[in-house]
Write a protein that binds this ligand. Structure first.
Ligand SMILES: Cc1cc2nc3c(=O)[nH]c(=O)nc-3n(C[C@H](O)[C@H](O)[C@H](O)COP(=O)(O)OP(=O)(O)OC[C@H]3O[C@@H](n4cnc5c(N)ncnc54)[C@H](O)[C@@H]3O)c2cc1C
Length: 382
């Protein structure tokens, strides 16, 4: 499908995009339907991405990272066009679990978790959400109580992507009863720690990724597992989550681009009243609107990435890009389903999958309402 040229990528970035698109064609598309049906994440994907040096993209040079956030977004957009569930698992491992360690970890923690994570040898999950803590980040109740040289964890985490199999968990827990973000710390917990168990969860979409409830019952971890400052770690991790919004935006653009590509193919071939659907102006105008919104979302998304890579402030831009790209993605996926008619409603079609997969991008990294809160606060404070 023709690509609008609003945003100028470098020659290297275009070559990398080609490489990623080929990876998706060879390693993801041929197997995606089977993974969706089995609802199992193919862990080998991490080894294959590591073999292409893709798992170190976007991390700091001091940690051994290569390539900027722009390259990471190119990769996520390409992967998302192939399969959203796979992309979700890769995104959580790289942008959240490893991203927070890159930002807050000491040398020992980077050596033990981040470097094996960049080689695809250890896979991480990010455990923030709880039964009573979702959009409200201050409501975290999972507790980490200091006890001699250890912390004792008690509580549970819900909806944790990669939680079924992750080798390490980057965990958000309360270390003091102070209100708000104060008193919330971040820890790294190894998979086989006694008192740590997991229960798989089933979900509406993203079936190629796996999710679990994580339960901590008198789970003892050494104080060396503390990631970042005591009581202030979660506040310090917020910068990473803000950056994650640009990645979530690229995720949405990837799904939208594939949904639109398949819709264009469909309306060119599907006949109604003796002519293709595309012969109707009502349908062509819908395609034009889908394209217009997708390209606007891409400009905002890659523009936000450029700000991050240039070391400029990016919070507002990442929020705007994430809000617009995720809501645009839901709108495009709904139009895609509509234009595919009953054929799209069948479980073997991709249109129904896009429709199920898209919604979660409006929740993660701050829901749409939370983005609107932050954006309006920034406007009013000016
Ligand atoms: C597929 C999937 C994967 C996930 N993976 C992870 C993961 O790996 N790790 C993790 O920690 N979490 C994960 N989550 C959970 C995610 O963090 C939460 O969905 C998110 O934090 C929002 O919380 P919630 O869904 O409980 O919404 P709630 O907090 O229950 O909010 C419900 C609705 O009310 C709105 N709302 C809430 N408060 C306000 C307000 N003050 N003003 C206006 N509107 C408001 C919200 O915007 C939302 O629309 C995942 C979720 C899904 C569905």
């Amino acid at each position: 499908m023709i690509q609008a040229q609003f945003f100028e990528f470098s020659e290297e970035q275009l070559a990398f995009k080609d490489q990623m698109d080929r990876f998706v064609d060879n390693e993801i598309r041929p197997h995606a339907r089977q993974w969706e049906e089995e609802q199992k994440f193919p862990r080998d994907i991490f080894n294959k991405l590591a073999a292409l040096d893709c798992l170190s993209i976007g991390f700091s040079e001091q940690s051994g990272g290569a390539g900027g956030v722009g390259e990471l977004l190119i990769m996520i957009e390409s992967l998302a066009a192939g399969n959203a569930g796979i992309t979700l698992s890769v995104y959580v491992h790289m942008a959240l679990a490893c991203g927070v360690i890159d930002h807050l970890g000491n040398e020992e923690q980077k050596e033990k978790y981040l470097k094996p994570g960049m080689r695809g040898e250890k896979i991480g999950c990010w455990a923030y959400a709880e039964p009573n803590a979702g959009a409200d980040v201050t409501a975290v109740q999972c507790q980490a109580k200091a006890d001699g040289d250890d912390f004792i964890l008690n509580g549970s985490k819900l909806y944790i992507t990669n939680g079924t199999f992750a080798d390490f968990t980057v965990l958000v827990a309360r270390t003091s009863p102070e209100p708000g973000l104060k008193g919330i710390s971040v820890f790294i917990v190894d998979r086989d720690t006694p008192g740590f168990s997991r229960n798989p969860m089933k979900k509406l979409g993203m079936h190629s990724s796996e999710m679990a409830e994580l339960v901590f019952e008198d789970c003892r971890i050494p104080k060396t597992c503390l990631l970042g400052p005591l009581d202030k770690g979660f506040r310090a991790a917020i910068a990473v989550l803000s950056m994650g919004r640009a990645i979530a935006a690229a995720f949405g653009c990837g799904i939208s681009g594939e949904a639109l590509r398949q819709t264009v193919e469909h309306v060119k071939t599907r006949q109604s009243q003796g002519r293709p659907l595309a012969a109707n102006q009502a349908i062509r105008f819908m395609l034009a609107d889908m394209k217009m919104r997708l390209e606007a979302a891409r400009v905002m998304t890659f523009g936000a990435a450029r700000l991050i890579d240039q070391g400029k402030p990016f919070d507002l831009e990442c929020s705007l890009a994430k809000l617009y790209a995720s809501e645009t993605n839901s709108w495009i996926c709904e139009r895609t389903l509509h234009l595919h008619g009953a054929q799209g409603y069948m479980m073997e079609s991709d249109a129904q999958r896009f429709y199920r997969d898209c919604k979660v991008l409006e929740y993660g990294e701050g829901t749409s309402e939370i983005q609107r809160e932050m954006i309006s606060a920034a406007i009013l404070a000016d």
